[in-house]
Design a binder for this molecule. Sequence first.
Ligand SMILES: [Zn+2]
Length: 207
Amino acid sequence: MQRIFEGNRNWVEKKREDDPEFFERSAKGQAPKYLFIGCSDSRVPASQISGTAPGEMFVHRNIANMVVHTDANLLSVLQYAVEVLKVKHIMVVGHYGCGGVAAAMSDKQFGLIDNWLTNIKDVIRLHEDEFNFITDEEQRFRRLVELNVIEQVINLSKTSIIQNALKEEEPPQLYGLVYDIREGILRDLNVQTTNVMKRYEHIYGMQ
Ligand SMILES: [Zn+2]
């Protein structure tokens, strides 16, 4: 742990040198424009990969960047971000090589986490025709990472929080991104939730 405290002191020193007002300014409050919903994987640090500074991005991370409708933690973060902080952009960020997605693809048991991974298995079930058609194992893995992001963005749009926000003049925009650990590049999957929500309005639509 010594390394952590030393690292912290060095960071404070460097920050004070580069921007003497930084801590005073931070203490006054936050007004982030972005909400990042990403994987807990240590290789996908939200601020660093997006080049955003402290104060710019509100962050929620869990295993395999899931949006689960019974997850009180995610829903609280989402509500606060949308209704209080009024973020403008919400991104679900998956990443290739995701251990959670790999585990969901296997038929092994991992313990309690299996119940969480079932949400990813549901994504496989929803896209089984496309999924089974991909013969290359690596390609199938990469595609599931993408499909999982797409489904989580759709899950986001189904929440009452986003449904209500869509009635506002300037609702937050939703995005599905994939981070390539090998290259460091973030790609936009151009997820369009409007068509899906229109098609299933008789199920998910709310007045
Ligand atoms: Zn992951």
